[in-house]
Design a protein around this ligand. Sequence first.
Ligand SMILES: [Zn+2]
Length: 265
Amino acid sequence: MGAHSDRALLLRRFPYGESSLVCHALTRASGRVHVLAKGAYRPSSRYYAALDLFDTLELEWSATAGRELGVLVAASIETRRAAIPRDLEAFRAATTALELAALGSHEGSADPALFDALERTLDSLAAGVGPQAALVEFELAFLHNLGLAPALSACASCGGVAPPLEQGSPADARVAFSASSGGRLCTACAIAARAAGRRVGTLPAAVLEQAAAILAGRTRANELPHEALERVRDFVARFLEVQLESRPASYRRFLSASNRNAARP
Ligand SMILES: [Zn+2]
């Protein structure tokens, strides 16, 4: 039996029996771990009232090879983020980030960059940063960490310059974009992608440039005007959906609106 301790963020928790909990946690050095917290609701337990979502915890647990569930030994709160569950929009955004982290993490496989990105996002939400801004920064970091960030400036296919399509005014400039090809495309690669049967659409160049600035840390998402932020988030959420090949439950509401980046007739 191995003893472990690590910083952790709970991803999910469910009741087990009369007084116990099963917790799925993202730890910084051990990846995702699943533990049984026996008697978690008893005031005498070593982790009573210490197993809330959104807080950074210090967990001690034991794991046995071949057993799916470890056993929680102790838990303490390192950073409490009580403000998140008090604000419905912040709560929804935090839940979305946890859902993505659960999808993008693996049992026993360390991913400190994912842990750090999730913790930063929860810090932002607890500090009152707008939910859309906090979430779009997390989504871009999440895609980048998986090696799936879209090509936003150069052509995804040939790496060359991918200038806007020549139509309309520069303010409305649009570029060829194909999620299944990995992002922005130059004219020649857009033609080749269409010929190969891939879906190629267009997106506003400004949206891609704003996303690139957020991804590179040159712009904070909460510095964008509301409409621009909604458009960047719409683009990132739809791209994420294609990459994950599913629509996470928490995206249904946001993406039920019509595409905010559709070409104007
Ligand atoms: Zn190209």
